[in-house]
Structure formats: C-alpha cells, structure tokens
Design a protein around this ligand. Structure first.
Ligand SMILES: Cc1cc2nc3c(=O)[nH]c(=O)nc-3n(C[C@H](O)[C@H](O)[C@H](O)COP(=O)(O)OP(=O)(O)OC[C@H]3O[C@@H](n4cnc5c(N)ncnc54)[C@H](O)[C@@H]3O)c2cc1C
Length: 374
C-alpha cells in the first residue's frame, strides 16, 4: 500500500497530525502499535490547560495553551468538562505576579470572593488567601484522539492499530515500511511515538536526544466538585483534577533512562497526599484507589541548528522550547515534547512543514472545522 505520509503513534500528537494532513488532502496513514491513546495521552492528568500555570516561567506556552483551550472548547465541546478549575494560593508574592502576567498575556484568570469558594468547597484549607477561576478544564483525551481519527478517515485517511513496525528502508526517496500486517510505502514519515520516539528512530538508523520524565498520579474519591490547583511556582504535586467524581492527585517528575522501566515511585502516594493536603487537607486521610504513571518525552532544546527543524523558528513565529520537530534522515520528521492541550497546534505546524516540503499550498482547517460533527 502506498501513501504520501505515514504517521507513527496514535496519541494526541499523532492523531491530531493525522487529521490535519488528511484534511489538507494528503494520502495519510496512521500506524499505532497498540490502540489509539494507549500511551502518555491517557496516562496524563487530562486537563485542558488554560495557561495560568506558565505565565511567569514560559509565557509563550501560557499563550499557546490559552489559545488552544479556546479552539478545542469551540471545535469539540463534547470532550471538554463544564466546570473550570480554581487556582488557590496563600497570598504569596507569586500569586500577585502571576495574576498581573495573566492580564498582560490575555490568559483567563478571574479572582473570586473566597467566601463563595469556601461555601462551594468546604474541604479547602481555610488559611487560603486567594482563589482564581481559570479556563483549565477536563478533557476526555481518548475521545479527542478518536474524533481526530474519525475526521481523518472521513477525509480518506487509513488507520492501522495493533500494527508494529518491523523495519524501515529508504530507496530513491521512498520509505519501505515492513509491518506485521503487510508493507507500506511512503514519501514522508512523521514519528509521533512520544516516549518511544527512539524505537522508530532506530529503524531509520538515527537517535533523537530526549529526556524521559515520569509522572505519577494517584486517584481517590473526590473531595471537590471541580479541579483545584496550587497557585505557586510551577512544581510537582500542584494539581488536583476531578474526573467523574474522582480526584486525580499529581504529579511527580522523576528522570528515567528507559521508558519501558517507568513505574510509580514508592514514595509517590505519600508525597502527593502531603503536598496537596496544603490546599485540600482531607486528601491525606483518603484511600488511594489507583495509581498510574505517564512518561514525558522532553525536548531539551540543545539540538544543533543544522539538525533542528524547530517549527517555531521556521515559521518565523514566537519561539518556544516546548516542542520540536527534528528532520532526518531524508523526509522523516520526529516530534518531541508538547502537551495534550497543544496537540492541535503542533499538528498544524508539522503539517505546515510538510506542505513546504511537498510544495503544497493547502491551509490548516483544524482550528475552525468542528470535530464533533463527525
Ligand atoms: C503525568 C503526566 C500528566 C500530564 N498532564 C497533562 C495535562 O493535564 N494536560 C496536558 O495538556 N498535557 C499533559 N501532559 C502531557 C501530555 O500527556 C503529552 O504531551 C501528550 O499526551 C503526548 O502525546 P503523544 O501523542 O506525543 O504521545 P503518546 O500519547 O505517548 O503517544 C505515542 C503513541 O505511540 C505509540 N507507539 C509507540 N511505539 C510505536 C511504534 N513503534 N509504532 C507505532 N506506534 C507506536 C504508543 O503506543 C502511543 O500510543 C501530561 C504528561 C504526563 C506524563
């Protein structure tokens, strides 16, 4: 079977890219070795970030999250939770700085009357001095990925799940991909396999510099109807996200050398409860119902200019170190970093790069075309 582009990885990044490329008229295929959204995407907090968390230390990411939050909420309302998160703090200097920065960056953050917040959520620590409503809301990540795939298939895209790549060779500008379900040929490869990026890169005789950081999340019966986040310098254990009556406490960030070795740190449960108890004291005595771990594949930004196809640089737009696309060998592109919230934007930038390469002028439609209508 012959395609113009084959995407590896059915997480948020790969499925959003599948949709974008198929909508722009590329003959696209997506190859996922397990099932859609079975990697980091479903092991995340599944919070559609509003941007407040990043306004001080990464204003570009803050703005990207704010913009993508608005876009995803408009194109796929059915995958987004109704209740917004509150950020709460103890009135430190950081909280006021963050609120000022949010205003400048047009990141939604509305200070609330604490009396109303304590009335709504009696389990909050009453020493809290500031509460802010943001656009952070839940996202059903699996459903988001599935909608991307359905949309791509409607535009002619081909989806292969449970398909493992055995070998990749290149001859005269065409990649020959051997899978356990037959052979595929393509002009372009997008490697969106997240933490497993180097398993595909190795089949292309290359290796991508990447740092793996695991994050553990524990799940309890919820003590709040909505997500609560700690308004302080971004750090571990600052988010309590509420999904269907369950509170998800997270996360840790522990560097690991091999994504196959990810497993919850033995201290994670006690640590997450102790930290989040600062804002919600009751979590310390709540039973942990389950524990899971996700892996961040982080771009370290130290790529040589010659080897880097940094899509922010390339498009002359704002610079961000949050995600990168590395080109090579030949027409293979490897995607590192990013967030579930910014997957659509990453896909747009990847598809722009491919359009440049293929001398195609098709424009991105994913920001305006409803996902829910498929
Ligand atoms: C603990 C934690 C919490 C997070 N919380 C949030 C949050 O609340 N909000 C937010 O916006 N972001 C969050 N993130 C970040 C977000 O989850 C990731 O940026 C995003 O999910 C990455 O998606 P991906 O598609 O790049 O990778 P993945 O979801 O990991 O997808 C990669 C896919 O590739 C497949 N694959 C692997 N090898 C192969 C192969 N050889 N062939 C074919 N397929 C292959 C895998 O099976 C997998 O499905 C969090 C991350 C972590 C770790």
């Amino acid at each position: 079977m012959r395609y113009e582009v084959v995407i590896f990885g059915g997480g948020a990044t790969g499925t959003a890219t599948f949709r974008d490329l198929a909508m722009r008229g590329f003959e696209a295929a997506l190859v996922e070795r397990r099932t859609i959204a079975s990697g980091t995407t479903s092991a995340s907090h599944q919070n559609l970030l509003g941007g407040l968390r990043y306004v001080i230390n990464d204003p570009i990411v803050a703005q990207e999250c704010a913009e993508e939050n608005a876009i995803i909420s408009a194109i796929a309302p059915e995958v987004i939770g109704k209740l917004r998160n509150y950020f709460v703090g103890f009135g430190t200097e950081y909280a006021w700085r963050a609120l000022r920065a949010a205003k400048q960056l047009h990141v939604e953050a509305t200070e609330l009357d604490l009396r109303n917040v304590f009335a709504e959520i009696p389990s909050l620590n009453t020493d809290l001095a500031v509460a802010v409503e943001t656009n952070d809301r839940n996202i059903n990540a699996q459903r988001f990925c599935w909608l991307n795939c359905s949309s791509a298939e409607l535009c002619g895209g081909s989806l292969f799940q449970g398909t493992e790549v055995r070998a990749i060779t290149e001859l005269d500008g065409i990649f020959h991909i051997k899978t356990d379900h037959g052979d595929l040929r393509t002009e372009y490869i997008i490697n969106a396999t997240g933490p497993w990026i180097n398993t595909v890169a190795a089949k292309l005789d290359t290796s991508i510099p990447v740092t793996f950081s695991q994050g553990t999340i524990i799940v309890q019966q919820a003590l709040s109807p909505r997500g609560i986040q700690h308004l302080r310098e971004p750090s571990d254990a600052d988010a309590y996200i509420v999904h269907d009556g369950y509170g998800w406490l997270g996360t840790t960030s522990t560097t690991i050398s091999n994504p196959e070795e990810a497993s919850p740190e033995p201290w994670a449960g006690a640590y997450l409860k102790k930290e989040i108890a600062h804002i919600l004291p009751g979590v310390e005595n709540q039973r942990t119902l389950s524990t899971f771990v996700g892996i961040r594949a982080l771009a370290d930004g130290n790529y040589p200019e010659s080897a880097t196809n940094n899509i922010h640089f390339q498009n002359g737009r704002r610079k961000s170190r949050d995600f990168q696309v590395i080109e090579g060998p030949k027409n293979a592109f490897h995607v590192i970093g990013g967030k579930l919230t910014t997957a659509r934007l990453m896909a747009e930038k990847i598809a722009d790069v491919l359009c440049d390469k293929a001398a195609r002028s098709a424009r991105c439609q994913t920001a305006n075309e409803p996902l829910s209508s498929v």
